[in-house]
Design a protein. Structure first.
Length: 399
């Protein structure tokens, strides 16, 4: 999680997509067999009346907000975060979550909560519970989605970005052991059953201590658990009274949410990369081969782009070995940081800027996301051009 997490912030840990699917999709698939998918409620219950004239703060929960990159180095970010004192208001006392859905809703909510806990906080008990508390706080806050899975995947369907970075930066390809799933599900069940995590209280936001997002100094810093710092909105919207929405189930299908998130992530790099002129490097087939032989931190130039963080556009061909493409992509991303390599089979199809157009998405043949602090390596191929690749997964077919 070297990214900040705005309205749904948080970012941390990683593995191949196919393996992840085998371990992760099974519990979700079982939900579809339980008498079919639960019918969504006709309309969500109204939010409890709130006696306040305060407008909702325009951060960081609006549709325009997304995961952002810190403009400071990790060292500088830690120093700046440490210099900010904890707000006197404190984290507040969290209310037990009251579950009001069906048995299928319970399983879906449990697995979405467990997945977020592992993806955002690793395997630590207190770290996972802190993240789960934030998610359940958001479910009851008017600024966020009204279901657990909705909060976890919020924004992952938008090309402009997601709230929790692991749903849109390739980290959905991570693989977790059976033991890790059992432990995370047990914690999730306890939290859904009314357990609370007092250290973070009514916090609705958090980010890692090695990043400093734009919104950090506009919220009250109220706690730190492990490497994550937790925040509340100032004023009424950060109070316990603001967590007034009643939960009534209607959990969306996690399988569909995950599929949509993967499709969106495969075609769109994180929006934060748009802020840097060095983020996109359009390169030719020959320059890919040359870059593979260059030192990891070779300086980039229009004629000879070097390895490093960002998004690299490359030209690929049916005669390319999928394994060789992956190795070249790893070489281009060897400089560290968030890095993506995307390939097209026709030179004229290679875009000149971000975000990708719909035509560019339809003609995408290869997509690679490097392993970094936020997740494991993710590899996608157009299997019409590269039948049965030895690793990775097939890009969704587009008309």
């Amino acid at each position: 999680m070297d990214r900040a997490v705005p309205a749904l912030p948080p970012p941390d840990d990683r593995g191949p997509l196919a393996a992840f699917a085998a371990l992760t999709l099974l519990p979700f698939a079982l939900l579809a067999l339980m008498g079919g998918l639960p019918a969504p409620t006709a309309s969500p219950p109204p939010i409890s009346p709130v006696e306040t004239a305060e407008p909702m703060p325009d951060l960081p929960a609006s549709p325009e907000d997304t995961v952002v990159l810190s403009e400071l180095t990790a060292t500088d970010a830690r120093a700046r975060n440490a210099a900010v004192e904890f707000a006197a208001v404190g984290p507040g006392t969290p209310s037990p979550f009251r579950f009001g859905g069906s048995a299928a809703d319970r399983l879906r909510a449990r697995d979405c909560l467990a997945l977020a806990g592992m993806a955002e906080a690793g395997g630590g008990d207190g770290d996972q519970r802190a993240v789960m508390q934030v998610i359940l706080n958001r479910v009851r806050h008017p600024a966020f989605a009204r279901t657990v899975c909705g909060v976890v995947f919020e924004g992952a369907q938008r090309p402009t970005g997601c709230q929790f970075s692991f749903t849109c930066d390739g980290s959905l390809a991570r693989r977790y052991s059976d033991a890790a799933w059992r432990a995370a599900r047990d914690r999730a069940e306890q939290m859904l059953g009314g357990a609370t995590h007092a250290p973070v209280g009514n916090a609705t936001h958090f980010h890692a201590d090695y990043v400093y997002p734009w919104w950090s100094d506009q919220l009250d810093k109220v706690a730190q658990v492990g490497p994550h710092i937790f925040f509340r909105w100032r004023g009424f919207w950060g109070s316990r009274s603001a967590l007034s929405a009643r939960y009534a189930g209607g959990e969306p299908d996690p399988l569909r949410l995950r599929e949509t998130a993967l499709v969106t992530a495969a075609a769109n790099p994180l929006p934060g990369l748009l802020e840097s002129g060095e983020a996109v490097r359009s390169i030719t087939r020959d320059s890919v081969a040359r870059a593979a032989d260059k030192p990891p931190r070779a300086a980039a130039s229009p004629e000879q782009p070097g390895a490093g963080a960002g998004v690299h556009f490359v030209l690929v061909a049916p005669s390319d070995s999928p394994a060789a493409l992956v190795e070249r992509a790893r070489s281009l991303c060897s400089g560290g940081g968030y890095c993506r390599v995307q390939g097209w089979s026709e030179a004229e199809q290679i875009p000149t800027q971000l975000p990708l157009s719909e035509a560019a998405r339809r003609s995408l043949r290869f997509s690679f996301v490097a392993s970094n602090a936020n997740g494991g390596e993710a590899v996608f191929f157009d299997c019409r051009l590269f039948p049965s690749p030895p690793s990775g997964t097939c890009l969704p077919a587009r008309p």
